[in-house]
Design a protein around this ligand. Sequence first.
Ligand code: GTP
Ligand code: MG
Length: 310
Amino acid sequence: MEAMDVRSRCEITLWGAPGSGKTTFLNALSIAAAQGEQSSQLIGLNDASAKAVTDGAHRIAVERLFPAATAAATEVDVALVATETERRRSWDGRRLNVDREVRIPLRIFDRPGGDFGRGAAARGVRGALLDQLAASDGIVYFFDAIREAAIGDAFEHLHGVLAQLSVRTGGARMQGRLPQRMAFCISKLDDERLVRAAVEQGLLTRAPHDPHGFPMVRVPELLYQSLSAASDCGGLVLPALGEYFAPVQIQIFATSSIGFYLDDGSQDWKAGELSNHWVDPDSGTAVIRGRVVPVNVLEPIMWLAGLENE
Ligand SMILES: Nc1nc2c(ncn2[C@@H]2O[C@H](COP(=O)(O)OP(=O)(O)OP(=O)(O)O)[C@@H](O)[C@H]2O)c(=O)[nH]1
Ligand SMILES: [Mg+2]
C-alpha cells in the first residue's frame, strides 16, 4: 500500500424531481461506504455534517424510515476515504495492482426537488441553484420511473434549469457541452415494478461476486428506455442530457438506496423476494422492510470524484 493521496475537493449536486430519491441516497452513502467490498469510509468534516451523516444513516438503517421531504437547500462536507487500485507494469513486464489509500473531500448539495421546477418558489432560488450547479464538478441525476409513470414531471424539472445552466456557463463549456460529469441514476431499483420491467426486457442478471447474490441490470440505458416509454416526456430526459453533456461525461447507473429485501438474519437474496419497502395502511407512510444494503450508491460518487477502480 502506498502513502495516502489527498485529492482536492469535489463538489456534487443532487438533481431530480420531488420525491425522486435524492435525500435517501445521501442518507445511504455512509452505509454503502462501510459495506463496500474494499473498505471505505465517509467521514463528516464538521459537526453539522457529521451529525447529518449519522442521523441520516440511523433513520433509514435503524428506524427503517425514509427521510421527510427536503424543506430547504442543505450541504454536507464529508471526506471519502477509499482504496484506489492502479494497474502498472513491473520492470520485467508483469502486470501489477498497486493499492493506494485516497482521501477525497466532498461537498454534496441536496435541495427540494421543487427548486428545479417552474413554480414561483423555484424561480426565487434559481440564481443560487445555477451558481451551485455551475460550480459543481459532478451531478447525480435521479430518474424515478415510478413517479414518472404516475405524474410525469421529470423533464419539467430538468430542461429549464439545463438551458439556463448552459447560458450561465457559456464561457466554461467544452465544445458546446457542459464541463461537469453526470451520473444518471435510475432510482428505486428494488421496487418490484422496476425489477419486473428489467426481467421482461431480459436485462436482469446476478451480479458477479455479490456477497448477497443481488441481481444487477446489464445495460441500464435499455432499462431507462423501457421505463420511460410509460410517460409522455420521460423519454426526453436522457436525450436532453445528451445534448448538454459529452457522452463520456455521462454514466448510467441502476441504483437502490435501500437495496433488495433480505430476510432478517439471511445473507442471501432469494429471487422473488423483491420490494424492500411497504406502505403502512394506517398512516400511508412508506416503511423500509428489511436491512439497508445500498446498491450502486457509492459507485456514482466514486465515478464523479474520479476514482478509477472498477
Ligand atoms: N423502493 C424505494 N423507494 C425509495 C428509495 N429511495 C426513496 N424512495 C421513496 O421515495 C420517497 C422520496 O424519497 P426522498 O429521498 O425523500 O426523495 P427526494 O428526491 O429527496 O425528495 P424531495 O426532498 O421532496 O425533493 C421516499 O419517501 C420513499 O418512499 C429506494 O431506494 N427504494
Ligand atoms: Mg429530499
